[in-house]
Design a protein around this ligand. Structure first.
Ligand code: MLT
Length: 241
């Protein structure tokens, strides 16, 4: 199994993903939100790369059936129903709804990987479920960390390292690119206490300054959700739904 990890989607062309399996990670907080929303009964999550496109699609889906969610500079956007905190995506709020999600980096990374043969969404919350899914599939895959501006970020790289390490426990015959090898080393060094790693990360500090410190604790709940969110035909749904 070949496992390639990219620290950011920035250098990749959309067509790179054609015919490839891909995992996108934005553990703080977009992919944690997606896992939570689907686990709590959302019909689907539609990731969008621009605010304008979010507005356009929301006008096309029957009102009452959709929710606009996401953030700009970590904060809920004026006129949106929900922000980018997993705690907002309760069963009462999301059940049966199509959620149009726009975030600074996470949803952009997902949209970038849209041509993948198979695209799944990973966070610490559903790490084991994604590892098992990939182990059963037994095919090469790419991991894309959402990051910001092309730079390495700790929360996604260390999460990716944990995912790869879980796979290596069961599947020894894997070839890793440099990014994947480095992510495993970072997981060994910093992944022992995920909440601490989040708190000390650049983005974790920004979230804390902006009053979202509780989200760090929620997003650090390893394997809290048994969900495999899959992107197909423009929206993310639970596997087999
Ligand atoms: C992102 O997409 O960059 C993040 O989810 C931002 C955030 O934490 O709100």
């Amino acid at each position: 199994m070949n496992i390639n990890l990219f620290l950011s989607p920035e250098s990749l062309d959309d067509f790179y993903f054609q015919d490839k399996n891909c995992v996108v990670i934005d553990s703080l907080r977009a992919t944690s939100v997606i896992c939570t929303a689907l686990a709590n009964g959302a019909k689907e999550v539609i990731p969008v790369a621009t605010f304008e496109y979010a507005m356009k699609i929301s006008a096309g889906i029957m009102s009452g059936q959709n929710l606009l969610g996401g953030e700009r500079n970590t904060k809920k956007i004026d006129g949106f129903h929900v922000g980018n905190s997993p705690s907002e995506y309760t069963p009462e709020t999301v059940s049966g709804k199509s959620i149009i999600l726009f975030t600074s980096n996470g949803t952009k990374a997902i949209v970038k990987a849209k041509f993948s043969k198979d695209l799944v969404i990973c966070s610490y919350l559903n790490l084991k479920a994604i590892a098992n899914y990939l182990l059963e599939k037994k095919e090469d895959f790419e991991i894309v960390c959402s990051a910001k501006g092309g730079a390495l970020n700790m929360e996604d790289t260390v999460c990716a390292g944990r995912l790869i390490s879980k796979i290596l426990e069961k599947e020894k015959d894997c070839t890793l690119n440099d990014g994947a090898t480095a992510a495993c080393a970072l997981d060994r060094e910093f992944g022992g206490n995920v909440h601490k790693m989040f708190r000390e990360s650049d983005h974790g500090k920004i979230l804390t300054e902006n009053g979202f410190q509780d989200d760090l604790e929620i997003c650090a709940q390893i394997d809290a959700l048994e969900v495999v969110p899959v992107f197909t035909s423009g929206s993310i749904k639970l596997l087999n739904n």
